[in-house]
Design a protein around this ligand. Structure first.
Ligand SMILES: Cc1cc2nc3c(=O)[nH]c(=O)nc-3n(C[C@H](O)[C@H](O)[C@H](O)COP(=O)(O)OP(=O)(O)OC[C@H]3O[C@@H](n4cnc5c(N)ncnc54)[C@H](O)[C@@H]3O)c2cc1C
Ligand code: FES
Length: 256
């Protein structure tokens, strides 16, 4: 884990609430694995006091790329940052998705959940068959599509709830058919909690090895505050920041 002063080289609005940052952060970039995240200090003042967790879209030393959606005060402030600004970044944090050489892997990304899966495809896509199922509410929620088309993927399935791009519907509606036809060995997913809960139920009958990257509100990001725990089916609580964010899908107690 490094506490690094990153330097923003590019700050781009991608339309809607979505933004992309290209940051010079050589120590974090050199150590980052797909699934890891960083804690970003948004402001040098006490507001907001807490760093915000963001996944790493891509790392190519000396750069990391962050892709984020404005949700509240912290991310709105972040969107005001410009090239040349510095950012205090802690990372890389958390565990990562395993490489699984030789396995046929289906990536399932809901909205901004594309972040760790894009990183995975960029890092490991040359060496295996990767399939990506990507969905959001509409075209404006999928502004990374152009970059995604540059990834090495065997198949790309796109769903939008309003039908503005790809097939109309939730990606969970297409999942069963895709798993039956494409027979992946494993699924790696990231997205809203309701999507992951639906995936857990839908994938139960299949023999796939299923891992999901979770989001939780975080205060420290490295295991010290217990602010990010999630319940598991065994009754134990697990910390998303340092025991995750990647967990076996069937291990989590999803809300019903
Ligand atoms: C491991 C991890 C990786 C993440 N990666 C990304 C990413 O790559 N891109 C991205 O856009 N977002 C990502 N998030 C979510 C991001 O951290 C939150 O959207 C952000 O912290 C919101 O801060 P804010 O001050 O703008 O909003 P706040 O004012 O703090 O909250 C606004 C809304 O966002 C919700 N929210 C706040 N924090 C979180 C959180 N940690 N997880 C989920 N919902 C939250 C709140 O419930 C509220 O509804 C990630 C979260 C985690 C835990
Ligand atoms: S955020 Fe502090 S323990 Fe996870």
């Amino acid at each position: 884990m490094h506490d690094e002063r990153g330097l923003i080289e590019e700050a781009r609005s991608l339309g809607g609430d979505y933004h992309l940052l290209k940051i010079v952060a050589p120590r974090i970039a050199g150590a980052a694995k797909p699934g890891n995240f960083v804690m970003v200090r948004i402001s040098p003042t006490l507001d907001p006091l807490l760093r915000r967790p963001l996944g790493i879209l891509e790392s190519r030393p000396p750069y990391i790329w962050l892709y984020y959606q404005v949700r509240g005060g912290g991310t709105r402030l972040l969107a005001g940052h410009r090239p040349g600004d510095g950012l205090d970044i802690l990372g890389p944090l958390g565990n990562s998705f395993p490489e699984m050489p030789g396995k046929r892997v289906l990536l399932v990304a809901g909205g901004r959940g594309i972040v760790p899966l894009f990183h995975y495809a960029r890092a490991y896509g040359e060496r295996r068959a990767l399939l990506l199922l990507y969905g959001g509410r509409g075209k404006t929620d999928l502004p990374l599509l152009e970059r995604i088309r540059s990834l090495r993927l065997e198949r790309l399935f796109i769903f939008s709830e309003d039908g503005s791009i790809g097939l109309k519907g939730r990606l969970t509606e297409g999942l069963e058919k895709i798993v039956r036809e494409e027979r992946p060995d494993a699924t790696l997913s990231c997205g809203p909690e309701a999507m992951l809960a639906a995936l857990a139920a839908l994938l139960k009958p299949f023999p796939t090895h299923d891992l999901a990257s979770l989001e939780a509100r975080m205060a420290c990001g490295f295991g010290a505050c217990h602010g990010c725990v999630v319940p598991t089916v065994s009754g134990a609580l697990r910390k998303v920041c340092d025991e995750g964010p990647v967990f076996p899908l069937e291990e989590i107690q999803w809300p019903t």
